[in-house]
Design a protein around this ligand. Sequence first.
Ligand code: SF4
Ligand code: SF4
Length: 405
Amino acid sequence: MDELSATDRCVKCGLCLPHCPTFALTGNEADSPRGRISLMQWLEAGGEVSPGLRKHIDRCLQCGACEAMCPSRVPFGELMDSTRARLAKQGHGAPLSRLAARAGAALRGSPAALRLAGPVLDGYRRSGLASLLARLPGTAGRANRLLTRRENRPAPSPPSARRDSAPAGRLHLFPGCTGRALDRQALDDAQVLLGALGYEVTVPRNTVCCGAIDQHRGQPGRAAALAARNRAALDDNAPVVSIASGCAARLRDYDRLSGDEKQPFAPRVHEIMEFLARHGPGNLRFRAGAQPVGVHLPCTQRNALGAAHVVREVLAWIPGLEVRPVNPEGGCCGAAGTYLLEQPEIADSLGDAVAARAAGAGANVLLTTNIGCALHLAARLRAAGQDIILMHPVSLLRRMLLPER
Ligand code: SF4
Ligand code: SF4
């Protein structure tokens, strides 16, 4: 991308400013999309990288709200990725946090470690250590508080898989780096639903992290390596369905980032709710919903995938279910990949605002399609003393699924 001309597409109209969560919090132009574009232009012109400049660039959530509404079609996400890559090359952060970042990257790139992470984390939580260490101040305490979320309960009676006589086809359910360890229930529930629709579902053993974390942290080389490994692990023509909207958005970007036009990957990628909306409900029948549910729409579902509507469409399969949106006008919850650990003040302010709306919605279940948002919102709800269970919409659908007649 010619970055200078891309930033020059910004006509400084300011229409994006009311949509920017960080500008809404700080009121500082440098924390707005327009201000950040000016900082990028400063860097392009050879300007110095000051701590202040880094702070305002680091504070961006990469939520995509500005890009989604920009009349000049400024590719803000791409610009932010390349700006962070430029800053990362100049070194940043304490040696310990750089070491932790490298360890995290190694874990995200190892299929064996990701498969092991589930049982290891389960044991860690059961040991009580997570609850104990959650009381620590700083990043260690925050990370442990994310792990102590109340688990959503398994479905009471798993309906039999594959109801249709003719199999609908084969597909891969992409677990990302967190699915097996932190969203196992959603992964299981998605398999049951897709199986009930007649699909033969595999959860591939050798995929790795989708690469979104590395891409957004200014490590495009690491992100590209992860993308190449995922493409190799998914080298047939079967659809790739992601349970996390963040991973789906990233997987759909592989072609643009690799420039590989011979074997397009994006058309094979589906976020689970998009896939269900297109291929269901078939013969599936659901119990009526007696209780209202809150629904949070992640930025990746809304802005990156442009697929907010499918969540409501699929939830309408549950007769009489009352859906209460908790962020209907947009509004990032502050999770944003590793942002919830790196920018705790802003992350908590944004998370608390969404948690307060969820509490006001009067539902005891809150649905969201992205695991990072679920972990963060569960922690903010717990901090507010609210006993609201976070779950993926597929988990609710599975609970309401009626046995085959
Ligand atoms: S990014 Fe787009 S909406 Fe925002 S000031 Fe620039 S042109 Fe206007
Ligand atoms: S991506 Fe989100 S946080 Fe970053 S400038 Fe745009 S609206 Fe603001």
